[in-house]
Design a protein around this ligand. Structure first.
Ligand code: ATP
Length: 244
């Protein structure tokens, strides 16, 4: 099988302490970019270098890196028989010594994460018995339980109803207010526009990287989506409206 090039000429700095949303059409390379940033494409040929907090990603010891970078993937397979609590506890693995039982701090972090995503009430239920949105909230809790300075999330709003989407935005805002960095791949453009910065991808390249409130960002958004959306401000909030 021929190897195909997915990302081209990416030269990018994602600022710390901000929320960056990554958007673009299907197949633009958003998930691939996020995986490259997380160091998850071990079997792919990646030219160039990713730096995490000023140090090459590959130079970080695995556990130290896992404490810095929390990850929420798209359609992740997790042991479905595990209770929600134990799934969230997986987020604490980078903090625990080999084979050591969870510490009081681990339990506090897991409880806090499950309460934040409103998944605490079904902490004893196995993942397989949860709805799509409930499952997503447990996986989000696992990422939050890491308490990492940087969180990368690929389509975190999958299966979430509008109130829980709004809760997610509030959670991300609270993380950023606390100095954390969030990078999220989103298809919900109106929610993506609530970030600090937008990274717009098309055809494996960065088409635009700018502030969400910048008219140049809005113009680039309309362009990459073939002018099938319009960006407008409604009640002080930037929204992407479909052109029917
Ligand atoms: N493991 C792989 N092997 C070969 N090609 C791949 C692989 N994963 C993704 N691709 C291709 O790379 C391109 C970018 O895929 P990617 O999943 O990064 O896009 P995306 O912007 O996240 O898309 P979507 O919005 O549909 O989720 C697509 O053309 C896809 O078919």
């Amino acid at each position: 099988m021929q190897n195909s090039l997915i990302l081209h000429g990416i030269d990018l700095q994602l600022p710390a302490g901000r929320w960056t949303s990554v958007v673009g059409p299907n197949g633009a390379g958003k998930s691939t970019l996020l995986k490259v940033l997380a160091g998850l494409l071990r079997h792919a040929r990646v030219e160039g270098e990713v730096q995490l907090l000023g140090r090459p990603l590959h130079a970080w010891p695995a556990r130290a890196r896992a404490r810095q970078l929390a990850w929420l993937g798209q359609n992740e397979s997790v042991a479905d028989d595990l209770p929600a609590y134990d799934v969230a506890m997986l987020g604490r693995l980078p903090h625990r010594a080999w084979m050591a039982p969870p510490s009081a701090a681990d339990h506090v972090a897991v409880r806090e994460a499950l309460v934040t995503t409103q998944a605490w009430d079904w902490r004893a239920r196995p993942l397989s018995q949860l709805s799509g949105g409930e499952r997503q909230r447990v996986l989000l809790a696992r990422a939050l339980a890491v308490q990492a300075p940087i969180t990368l999330m690929d389509e975190p709003l999958a299966n979430l109803d509008p109130p829980h989407q709004a809760d997610w935005v509030r959670t991300v805002r609270a993380l950023v207010a606390g100095g954390r960095t969030v990078v999220s791949v989103l298809h919900e453009i109106s929610i993506a526009l609530q970030a600090d910065d937008l990274l717009i991808m098309a055809g494996g390249c960065v088409a635009h990287h700018g502030a969400c409130a910048d008219p140049a960002t809005h113009a680039a958004l309309e362009r990459v989506f073939d002018r099938r959306i319009r960006v407008r401000q409604i009640d002080g909030v930037w929204m992407a409206l479909p052109c029917v």
